[in-house]
Every structure is written in C-alpha cells, then in structure tokens.
Design a protein around this ligand. Sequence first.
Ligand code: C2O
Ligand code: CU
Length: 478
Amino acid sequence: GAAAAGGAGLWWTGGGGQALGGGRELVQPEVLSSRDGALDLALEAAPARVRIGARTAHVQAFNGSLPGPTLRVRPGDTLRVAMTNGLDDPTNLHVHGLHVSPQDNGDNPFVSIAPGETFDYEYVLPGDHPPGTYWYHPHHHGHVADQLAAGLYGAIVVEDPDPVPVARERVLVVSDITLDASGNLAEVSPPQQMMGREGETVLVNGQVRPEATAAPGERELWRVVNACPSRYLRLTLDGQTLRLSGRDLGRLPEPVELTEVTLAPGNRVELLVDTREGTSTLGAAPVDRGSMDGMMGGAMPGDGPGNDEPIELLTLEVAGDRAGDAGPVPAGPSLRDLREEPVEARRTLDFAMGMGGMGGMMGSMRGPGQMMSFTIDGQQFDAERTDQRVRVGTVEEWTLVNSSPMDHPMHLHVWPMQVVSEAGRDVPGPRWQDVVNIPAFGEVTVRVAFEDFGGRTVYHCHILDHEDLGMMGTVAAR
Ligand code: C2O
Ligand code: CU
C-alpha cells in the first residue's frame, strides 16, 4: 500500500500513465494463422519505436509491434518459430501454457540465444491440446522481467473446433510499462524488483484506455492475457456481471457469472460479453497481494498504481440498431478431475523470501543495498541442479507453501495444474490453471499429470523479478 510511501516518488508515480490519452479505437495485433497443420514464422525481438498515447516510445518488441502478432493454431498443429535476438542481452522464447515437449528445440527454457543469433523452435501440439488463450514471451533467466517490461509478449490462440458462436473475438493483451519524459524505458530500482515492478502506464494491446464499439445485442468473446511482469488484474465490467467462459486452459463446462475475476501475472481469462446500449468500462480494481512493509520495517515504497487505485483498461461503446439476441451458450467440454485418479507422490514446495541470501541477491541484483533472497525450498535457481524428479505417466500432488509476506503466483511449464484446495478448503469442480497464486503466508494444493512428454523444465514465481532473483526450480520427468 501507498501508506508507507515516504519519498516513494523516487520509485514510482502512481497512475501517471492514465493521463497519456485514450479514446482511440482498440486495435487488434496482427494475426498469423496456421494453414494445413502448420504455422511457420519469424519473430525478431528487437528495439522498436512505437506510439504510446501521445508520445513516441523506445521499447523492445517482437517484429516491431507491441504486443507481437497473435498466433492462431489448432490442436495437432506444428508451430515453428525462427526466433532472432536483436537485443543487446541474451534472450529466448517460452510458449506460456502450451502443452508441448520441453526437450531440444521445443519449449526448452534452458536455450540461450545470443545477440544477433537465431534459434529455430518447433512446438508440436497434441491432437487433444486444450483450445484456449495462451501467450509467448522471452524466458532467459536474469532478463525475463526486463524484457517483458520493455514490451516483449504476444498472444497465442489454440482454436476451438467447436466454438461458442460470437459476433467477434477480441484479444486483449494487458501489459504495463514505465517510460521517462523522453519516451525511454525507465530504470528499475532494487525495491521495485523486490516488490515486483509495476509499470506506470497500463496498456491494452499497446494502447492507453482504448475504445471498442459494438451494436446492442451482440455477443463478443474477450480473450484477456495478463502480460504484466508483476501486476495482478482484478477485472470488473462496471454495472455488469462478468461471464467467465474460460481460464488458462480454455473453455469451462459452462460460463460462470462473477462480479470480478482476478488474474495473477501470466493468467488468462475468456469472457463472454453480451453487449447492451451505453458505455461500459473494463477496469482493474485495487488488489492486496501482501506487502513487505513488515519485513522492511515499514520502509517499503508503495507497490504501484494497481494496488492503490482503480484503472480503466478499455471502454466499450454500444450504440446503433439492435443486432438481435445471441441466444444460449452451448455447453463446453467436461473437464478431467485428477481427484478421481491415484496419486503417485506428494511433495511440498516452500516459497520464501529471506534476508541475507548467501551468494544470491548480492550477485544478482544491480546497485547497492540489496539483501533479500527469493528461494524455493531454501535454494535459488540453478539450471544445473534438478530439484524434482517425477515419473512420466503419473499424477502427483504438490502443496505450494508461501512462508513470505507477499503473494507469489506459481507457474509450472508444460504440464497444467489442477487446483484441488486453497487454504485447506476444497476447490469445487475441476479448476485448471497454469499459474496459481499462493497468498502471503498461505498455501495451495495442486495435482499434475506428468504425461505425454518427458524432459526437463522449470516452475517459478510469475512475478518475474522474483523469478530473475532466483525463485525458480527445475523438474525432470523421465
Ligand atoms: Cu510465462 Cu515460465 O513463464
Ligand atoms: Cu514471487
């Protein structure tokens, strides 16, 4: 909270971005779709100049646009990406949420693409891959937060062979960025890294508070991606309930009516919006995700605009002749429930922050005065070490414990997680996610079916500064 913000202007100025402008028609990122079972494309991560509000911003982007192109594939397709590093730092690519092999040139988080080099990724989606909204972003340890904060992300849609009929779909990639007066990317401070940086300006498809228009009586599908490096989005649609039709792993058996839905960094939701005359605003309400104030003796700065004041993301203007009635929503797939399957092993992972961190923070943080370490089971990330060994073809139950005073959203690559209990209470219905928030001093239990692929990959906090500071472990499935 901002209460402890003595002198915090040094680190952030809340909400300043909202003054940048708005009222522009929402644009969709360029769409690249698969044909005959394959999508081949080149992606270059490079410095770019883009328009943000009224100013020219010097960012980093995929193929010169922020967000990068939306990739549309189908279950069973092969996605080939020739990824070129046009940056000054090493980078690589992660297809967040896709259930594809982590080996070799698949979704391999250990690949390092040096500046000037190209790496050819090939991702083969199983024929029963869940349709839904996914995304891509760089994943080079030590540079992930910087590269997302600079503008490197894009959406992936795995098309539903049996979709809900809608008048139109909109992909809404929500991100945040901090620019200085000349439109350059601002430096991040050590305290911001500890809290997880939140950019001053919140963007939807690279735009500040854009405007979408529709006729009354139309049904739209909104695919919302939280591509912010650290910001939680507690979404509201003023005056209306949100009709949640899908989460990270796609379609729900039936839509759920909610007054709000919270996306941790990395999460997606699919919303069905039945338009009605007038103006409504998709907003992000303040979020309490714990605070390090206690630990830091009340000296921490506020942790960004999202935690303190509501943000307007998008305005929907509905006017004109009534388009008719959208009708009932057909039922979605019934979801697998791992609670009905035998569990091979149970383990507990402990997410912690500590003072001191031998050889950790000192070596990995820039600038003086840092002394906090981010660990899982007492250890910082080491690519050479294997932290969990699992057997392919088995179901495991992992209890994720947070012994720190702030939330950590945990992401496991390749294999989706079913959330079975939160704070000791059963979660009704199969709820599948690939990022699961572990509340401050709380715990969450998930089940994972380690199947279809063997190989070695990672799990980590999706507050990407925490990941870069060591809150990541490795898992090998054999
Ligand atoms: Cu979206 Cu391992 O990351
Ligand atoms: Cu974290």
